[in-house]
Design a protein around this ligand. Structure first.
Ligand code: SF4
Length: 350
């Protein structure tokens, strides 16, 4: 059985109608692949439309302010993707006259473009025989051929890639890549795939050896870091205070409320004793809303236990004005903020 031909034929009948499937334009392929890296298609779709509408080509993206880009990206998470795209767009515009390089090797040199994205762009836009290896492809290959190595090791990755190089056709490698990803997303799904109706069930190693639920090998769980965030929504007349996150940490360059991070959960009385609190309020006693809002927020490797305090002040001080940005509450929606804070504002404005 010719697996590639069958996959491409299956794809032509079963593929979902998605906007980036109608184009070979490397910019659109790049944007869609980066958005879909950590995001489900349904959610990614809205962001893709919004993104392409606001930044229709690489020049528009390179000229945009990073804050504006982060605002469009708001809620999608993994914000380093947006920052890297911005950087790459600027390099391609200034050093490559706005034209995407056409080879896998060249594409790999850009920030945020790894093996997966370079393979996708090179194959779909430039017909290079470069197989993609994402979670869906990994699952299909592991089951079809009974490969039990993990892709977390270089040795494992190499084995999967080798298999894919044997399969990817010279003619239309882009369709093959899209077909195998779609097959993993729709047919060979993680739990209980409908193997009885699968076109590969006569040759599939996992199906014929009763190993479908054992393959691919499960990933080892990464240890989760637990953090304690205390956010202060400080209101002064019709204004509040925000700061931009600049450290190499989650949400870099997004805006947030003044934050006191602690190593355990504190009561408000304990929080008032911290140096950060004393710095912010400079010995004055602000009016604290007794309804604190607590929220848990789970990121890929971190769990944030967060408490939001609404605090009213009648006087500002030089520390506050120097460290934070004073902004009209009405203008808050113009800033790119993490989903956690966006949800808090939604809740208090209900
Ligand atoms: S038979 Fe089942 S496990 Fe094998 S490729 Fe098809 S859907 Fe996947």
């Amino acid at each position: 059985m010719n697996i590639s031909e069958n996959l491409i034929e299956w794809y032509s009948y079963n593929k979902r109608d998605l906007p980036w499937r109608d184009t070979k334009n490397p910019y659109n392929v790049w944007v869609s692949e980066i958005i879909l890296q950590q995001t489900r298609v349904n959610q990614g779709l809205d962001y893709y439309y919004k993104f392409i509408e606001r930044f229709p080509d690489i020049k528009a993206l390179s000229k945009a302010k990073i804050e504006e880009l982060l605002k469009v990206w708001q809620g999608l998470g993994y914000y380093s993707r947006a920052r890297n795209m911005h950087h790459t767009a600027q390099i391609i515009t200034s050093e490559y006259k706005g034209k995407f390089p056409s080879s896998y090797d060249e594409l790999l040199k850009f920030k945020g473009i790894g093996d997966y994205t370079a393979s996708a762009i090179a194959s779909i836009s430039f017909n290079e025989q470069t197989p993609v290896l994402d979670g869906n492809v990994f699952r299909v290959i592991a089951r079809l051929f009974g490969i039990s190595e993990s892709t977390q090791t270089n040795k494992g990755k190499k084995k999967f890639k080798q298999k894919l190089y044997e399969l990817i056709p010279k003619e239309d490698p882009g369709s093959f890549n899209q077909a195998i990803m779609e097959f993993g997303a729709l047919q060979c799904i993680p739990s209980n795939p409908d193997c009885k109706t699968c076109l590969f069930n006569t040759i599939c190693f996992a199906y014929n050896n009763n190993l479908v639920s054992d393959l691919p090998l499960k990933k080892q769980k990464v240890k989760q870091q637990i953090r304690y965030f205390n956010y202060l929504y400080i209101t002064y007349k019709k204004q509040t205070f925000m700061e931009q996150r600049t450290n190499n940490d989650i949400w870099k360059l997004l805006y947030q409320l003044p934050l006191i991070e602690t190593n355990k959960k504190l009561t408000i009385l304990e929080l008032e004793q911290t140096n950060e609190w004393k710095d912010i309020f400079q010995g004055t006693k602000p009016e604290i809303d007794i309804d604190f809002i607590e929220k848990k927020h789970i990121l890929s490797h971190q769990k944030l236990n967060t408490t939001f305090y609404r605090v009213k002040i009648n006087k500002t001080n030089s520390y506050l004005l120097k460290k934070y940005m004073k902004i009209d509450i009405e203008q808050l929606s113009t800033l790119g903020i993490p989903k956690l804070i966006e949800n808090y504002f939604k809740e208090i404005n209900k």
